[in-house]
Write a protein that binds this ligand. Structure first.
Ligand SMILES: *Cc1c(COP(=O)(O)O)cnc(C)c1O
Length: 421
């Protein structure tokens, strides 16, 4: 994303002119450098543009469309519920939310769940729960959260401060107190950062926006141990890694550890805005009546869709199949990288959360892939992410690899032409 376009600039090329009348100038706050491309329909791993072209979606709306576009089971669940009841407040019992909470608790470390509309709200709530835990334990002085450099935890003021990326913090006034950052995998720095005010360590098992940077499993285990030794809570941000994405239901399973608090979102609603905080009973002990709330979080429509996603993701073999497909895709990418060493520096990741580290600007590779009608998602550290719907099979993997081959070749020939000039 090279530059932000100004507000009001003509973006008509990607918008459905036939529906809106032309020329279309955007009234949206220009915080995104959007591709001039819009979609009107999706099916599985495929997207159909307003101009009638078919794209292979290996971005899945940033790891959101976990079971593919317009999955019949989700469409049925959503439309049935939509005819009955969309929303009631959290002042009443919500059976769909109770069911979703119970199912998430049963398959995870957790005892309790709180539903949100987004990842960043789940993070915000997790930070509050961690601080409140120490407060009600007689340690109001313990409020600081240790995070990892390169992290991304969302866009609220607290979440950008926790993430530590100066680009997202600058200009938004004094950041809130209470966040300390350590380099990824640096055990000595982590130990040194723990002090009398530390409440928790918060970390993504594999950094997504940061560029598919995995925390080494031994380091995750060390984090767990340091939390136990120092009375800290371990908060895992599994907004991107959770619900099968890495080839396990939750990424913490790879390390054989469990957190005290975990955040989920992206894949949980399969495209419907839905997030969750999962907590042990102990970690949640400060969150009593009136301490936290949400108007929309966990409403009947959202949690109905969440339950429909779980019907699929918790089915026998679903997550194991993600691991198998991820392995096949990664092997294909490693072969591709060997044939295109001038373009690809490294293949990273696990399950269907994979990254291609580019040698040139990653935006060139993402643009070349888009030319080949393959959607990738750029991330930090010069990495293009592959986050396909978890339902893909070998046919989609083959199609993606063919398109990537063409994209890498096109990046190479452009570089050669540039060198010859
Ligand atoms: C996307 C993401 C978030 C923020 O989620 P939103 O739904 O965009 O608020 C937080 N943490 C991680 C790890 C993410 O990938």
């Amino acid at each position: 994303m090279k530059s932000l376009r100004g507000a009001g600039e003509d973006r008509s090329a990607g918008l459905p002119n036939k529906l809106y009348g032309i020329p279309v100038t955007s009234s949206l706050l220009p915080t995104y450098a959007r591709a001039k491309l819009a979609f009107e329909r999706g099916e599985g791993a495929w997207l159909f543009s307003t101009t009638g072209e078919r794209y292979l979606d290996f971005g899945a709306g940033i790891a959101v469309v976990s079971v593919g576009h317009a999955h019949p089971h989700l469409v049925e669940a959503l439309t049935k519920q939509a005819q009955k009841l969309w929303h009631v407040s959290n002042l009443f019992e919500i059976p769909q939310a109770e069911l979703l909470g119970r199912r998430l608790v049963e398959v995870s470390f957790a005892d309790l769940a709180f539903f949100t509309n987004s990842g960043t709200e789940a993070i915000e709530g997790a930070i509050k729960a961690a601080r409140k835990y120490h407060y009600v334990s007689g340690h109001p002085e313990k409020f600081r959260i240790i995070t990892v450099q390169g992290a991304f935890h969302g866009r609220t003021i607290a979440a950008v401060t926790a993430g530590g990326n100066p680009k997202y913090i600058e200009g938004f006034g004094p950041p809130p107190e209470g966040f300390d950052q350590v380099p990824l995998g640096d055990l000595a720095a982590l130990k040194a950062a723990i002090g009398p005010h530390t409440a928790a360590i918060m970390v993504e098992p594999i950094q997504g926006e940061g560029g598919i940077r995995a925390i080494p499993l031994a380091h995750l285990q060390a984090m767990r141990q340091l939390c136990d030794e120092n009375g800290l809570l371990l908060v895992l941000d599994e907004v991107q890694t959770g619900l099968g994405r890495t080839g396990k239901l939750f990424a913490y399973e790879h390390a054989g550890i469990a957190p005290d608090i975990m955040t989920l979102a992206k894949g949980l609603g399969g495209g419907f805005p839905l997030g969750a905080i999962l907590l042990t009973r102990e970690a949640g002990k400060g969150m009593t009546v009136g301490t936290h709330g949400t108007t929309f979080g966990g409403n009947p429509l959202a949690t109905t869709v969440g339950n429909a996603v779980l019907d699929l993701v918790l089915a026998d073999d679903f997550v194991d199949r993600v691991a198998r497909m991820g392995k096949i895709l990664k092997e294909g990418l490693v072969d591709l990288a060997a044939r295109h060493r001038d373009v690809i520096a490294e293949i990273r990741g696990q399950g269907l959360m994979l990254g291609i580290k580019a040698r040139g600007p990653v935006q060139d590779l993402v643009a070349a892939a888009l030319q080949e009608k393959l959607i990738l998602i750029p991330a930090g550290d010069n990495v293009a992410r592959l986050l396909p719907p978890l339902i893909i099979g070998e046919a989609e993997i083959d199609a993606a690899l063919t398109r990537l081959e063409a994209a890498a070749t096109s990046v190479e020939s452009k570089a050669r032409m540039g060198a010859a000039e």
